[in-house]
Design a protein around this ligand. Structure first.
Ligand code: FUL
Length: 469
């Protein structure tokens, strides 16, 4: 080959190697969904008349005076959430009993009709202020099912519900990061049946809080994970087929909600909601889960690419119980210990020639720097060489999902004293996948993508030694 030509070939090769960023593949998150996903763990607070009656679903006929927190302290909720590493709080502003934790012109079944604080109290005001003070985002659950409102079951209710939404979302409580539309309805076959005007509700939220992520069984912003056990799908696609489904009664089967649908048209990631206690509302007879149980829930939710919404219900004093906050602090401490040091930072990365950033950026802890396999290569292999032998039992993989979720199957192998050994395998990766391997002593680690919808784009590979070894 003439010398000039070989240089030319080299140049073309080099340019191809670092070619421009890959195009997005299929559905992708919008900016608000991406910010939401990165929050990873939020606090849910179920609080209202049920806190005082011991019910899970109030009848809606409770006297307003039942709501009487003796020492409401939303700053304590926010302080606890922040110390537990949570990034936001979602409160049941209105649960199914219809009682509103804020005064509003739509309903008389609100704090304004209580003896509590002479009708001057406003839980949403206190909580949104507290969230701002502690650097947390503020979100609201406003139940569509309403057992108190006499117009429930008629078209008029839709207008009232939209006005209720407006009275929270119009900016008086600042930005709202998530609007929770609960799908439950216990009216039964002979009960009142409301045909919800979902387009109206969605429009109302969009107009007033354009960045709010809307939760329901089927989104549009994020979806229910299909169970209340704290368990996302081992296979978890952030895409969902919503054709012919509506929130609530007509949602897809729960196992579909758990796994999502591969390559579906809408980006609707899973949110795992689970309570720290047996019930959603506080009860003196119930105890919180242990730190170990919460750790397992974290690995089954965040570790499978879902957001975790952990319910910590305030008690009748209006504070988070001491036993709950103690467990939360132990849980956070163990979690921090499990991920204290990323051994991948010191590793040498080898991967097929790339688009995007250098393979070494896979270990830099920066989600925005990604490595992309060459176009058409759906089964690349990434090899990490450590400076010496390292001991680990956690592997964290992250896809760069702004370009789409692609990976369908992968394997992890380690070079140990016995040669190359397979230590883990999995299906989807998505925003985050945490693999719990047995204790492994190795000089090298190899991640092979075995199947993908398009050439994989990975953001991070993390290697950790947990507290357990
Ligand atoms: C369910 C509700 O019926 C429960 O009371 C609770 O609020 C839970 C988070 O969602 O659908």
């Amino acid at each position: 080959m003439p010398r000039a030509l070989s240089w030319f070939a080299l140049l073309v090769f080099a340019a191809g190697c670092c070619a421009s960023a890959p195009d997005p593949l299929g559905a992708v998150p919008d900016a608000a969904q991406m910010e939401w996903q990165k929050m990873e763990v939020n606090m849910f607070c179920h609080f209202g008349p049920n806190t005082f009656s011991g019910q899970e679903w109030g009848s809606g006929t409770e006297s307003e005076d039942l709501f009487n927190p003796t020492g409401l302290d939303c700053r304590q909720w926010a302080r606890t959430a922040a110390a537990a590493g949570m990034k936001g709080i979602i409160v049941t502003a209105k649960h199914h009993d219809g009682f509103c934790l804020w005064p509003n012109p739509v309903s008389t079944h609100t704090v304004a009709s209580c003896k509590w604080r002479d009708g001057q109290g406003d839980v949403l005001k206190e909580l949104s202020d507290a969230c701002r003070e502690y650097g947390l985002k503020f979100g609201v659950y406003i139940s569509p099912w309403d057992r108190n409102d006499p117009s429930y079951g008629t078209p008029e209710y839709n207008q009232k519900y939209a006005a209720t939404l407006r009275s929270v979302l119009d900016g008086r409580y600042g930005p709202v990061f998530e609007q929770w539309f609960d799908g439950a309805c216990g009216e039964g076959p002979t009960g009142r049946r409301q045909v919800y005007d979902w387009p109206l509700f969605h429009r109302t939220v969009r107009e007033l809080q354009p960045s709010a992520v809307m939760f329901s069984d089927v989104g549009p912003g994020c979806r229910w994970v299909g169970n209340e056990r704290g368990e996302a799908g081992i296979t978890n696609w952030s895409t969902l087929d919503t054709c012919a489904f509506t929130p609530g009664a007509d949602a897809p089967p729960t196992d579909t909600l758990q796994t999502g649908n591969k390559g579906a048209a809408a980006w609707i990631p899973a949110e795992t909601d689970v309570s720290i206690r047996p019930g959603w509302f506080w009860r003196s007879s119930e105890k919180p889960k242990s730190a170990g149980q919460l750790l397992q829930i974290y690995y089954q939710s965040v570790g499978r690419g879902s957001l975790l919404l952990l319910n910590v219900p305030p008690d009748t004093s209006g504070r988070i119980a001491r036993e709950d906050s103690l467990v939360l602090m132990q849980w956070r401490e163990r979690l921090n210990a499990d991920f204290a040091c990323n051994l991948a930072r010191d590793a040498r990365f080898k991967a097929p020639c790339r688009r995007g950033f250098k393979p070494s950026r896979l270990g830099d802890g920066d989600y925005e720097t990604y490595w992309a396999a060459p176009e058409g290569d759906c089964t690349p292999c990434i090899c990490l060489s450590f400076p010496g032998e390292v001991c680990f039992d956690r592997i964290v993989l992250q896809e760069y999902v702004p370009l789409g979720q692609r990976v369908e199957a992968f394997t992890a192998e380690a070079l140990t004293s016995k040669g190359w050994e397979r230590i883990a395998s999995g299906t989807t990766i998505g925003y985050k996948r945490i693999l719990l391997t047995g204790p492994t002593l190795a000089r090298k680690l190899r991640i092979t993508i075995n199947a993908a919808l398009g050439s994989p784009v990975l953001s991070e590979v993390g290697i950790y030694k947990s507290n357990e070894i």
